[in-house]
Design a protein around this ligand. Structure first.
Ligand SMILES: Nc1ncnc2c1ncn2[C@@H]1O[C@H](COP(=O)(O)OP(=O)(O)OP(=O)(O)O)[C@@H](O)[C@H]1O
Ligand SMILES: [Mg+2]
Length: 347
């Protein structure tokens, strides 16, 4: 029976495999249907499509070929992989203020507590909050051999645009500047060897997300939401953005899911119930964790201590450590599913 490797091998002869995504083999009664996405500049699409079809028709069992066209913009050829970083994880949300940065910071620290080598890139160019959450507001950046040295804190390497701009200074971020900044913060940095680089994004689905996914080979994305319906419908946009860009969805983190009374232990679902579960059913994305409302988390954030350091015995800390484990496993699983020949490549 026809195998995926056969399809890749045939395509490799005629087109650049970087242009090929999501190859699927579907059984038919009389043979196999091959389906995949072809990304290429619009003016080359027809020619490449024809080459791919001709090559696939030579394979035994191939009875039908469906090619979905994905015209690319020229910028995507910049895609490179950072050689020393194993998994890059994007943390996003559709809506602001749902706890993205809190989740990104605590996930990074939790992974480091599990002995992984971790970097945290504060990609929120519009409102960098990582320096404050880690007590690094007044930090000065240094460079060596023309590359930035990230700042080490709680066992993680941290870089934020907040280290470079004065607090409360408005910066006008146009697309190309966003792109350049991400490029520099990704490539021109002594990240060293990392198991995970967590990238905290601004809310929404704009330039920063597009630039980062063009520059970095993201292992996957995590969408943060709160249980309310509106946040849930917003998070769908974030998930759809990942899907559209061919970024695997690691899953959803539901933040501020419930409040546990510190006196009697009674659980109240202040913002409603079941949002994350509903998403899981509707969109087939994994609900990775449900985090409680932790009044202390705000104080911890304000004094620059992530909750898992400030209150290691708290329920939040425990959930974060479990989340770290789940995320690590999911990343390994996704990495295994990526054909090795394509691991370095993404358009
Ligand atoms: N589980 C929680 N319990 C209580 N407060 C929380 C919790 N998670 C986050 N917060 C608080 O909510 C506020 C917003 O969190 P955070 O800055 O992480 O959100 P964000 O999604 O990154 O926001 P932005 O969209 O502005 O980047 C912070 O004051 C944070 O301390
Ligand atoms: Mg934030």
């Amino acid at each position: 029976m026809l195998k995926l490797e056969d399809v890749y091998a045939a395509l490799k002869e005629v087109i650049d495999l970087r242009n090929v995504r999501n190859v699927l083999l579907q059984k038919r009664e009389d043979g196999v249907k091959v389906k995949f996405q072809l990304s290429a500049p619009a003016d080359q699409m027809e020619e490449l499509k024809k080459k791919a079809e001709d090559a696939l028709k030579q394979l035994p069992d191939v009875k039908e070929i469906e090619i979905e066209e994905k015209p690319t913009t020229p910028i995507s050829v910049n895609m490179r992989r950072h050689p020393d970083i194993k998994h890059i994880i994007a943390v996003t949300s559709g809506k602001g203020g749902v706890g993205k940065s809190t989740v990104a910071v605590n996930l990074a620290v939790a992974l480091a507590a599990k002995n992984y080598k971790v970097g945290l890139l504060d990609g929120d160019i519009y409102g960098p909050s990582v320096p404050k959450m880690l007590g690094l507001e007044k930090s000065q950046l240094y460079a060596k051999d023309g590359k930035i040295i990230p700042i080490e804190r709680f066992g993680i390497k941290v870089l934020s645009i907040g280290f470079l701009i004065e607090e409360d200074t408005p910066v006008i971020w146009r697309g190309p500047l966003v792109h350049k900044t991400y490029e520099q913060f990704y490539f021109d940095v002594h990240w060293g060897e990392l198991d995970f680089l967590i990238v905290d994004f601004p809310p929404g689905t704009g330039d920063p997300q597009i630039s980062a996914s063009q520059l970095m080979k993201l292992r996957g994305g995590i969408a943060v939401t709160t249980p309310q319906d509106v946040a849930i419908s917003d998070v769908k946009k974030a998930i759809n953005m990942f899907l559209k860009m061919n970024i695997p969805v690691i899953g959803v983190v539901e933040n501020m899911s419930y409040f546990r009374c510190p006196k009697c232990g009674h659980v109240t679902r202040i913002f409603g119930e079941g949002g994350g579960k509903k998403l899981e059913e509707e969109m087939g994305v994994k609900l990775l964790a449900q985090l409680p409302i932790e009044p202390e988390i705000v104080k911890a954030g304000d004094i620059g201590m992530p909750v898992i350091m400030a209150m290691p015995e708290s329920e939040s800390a425990k959930v974060y450590l479990e989340l770290a484990e789940t995320v690590a496993q999911e990343c390994e699983r996704i990495a295994k599913e990526t054909p090795p020949s394509l691991d370095n490549l993404r358009i």
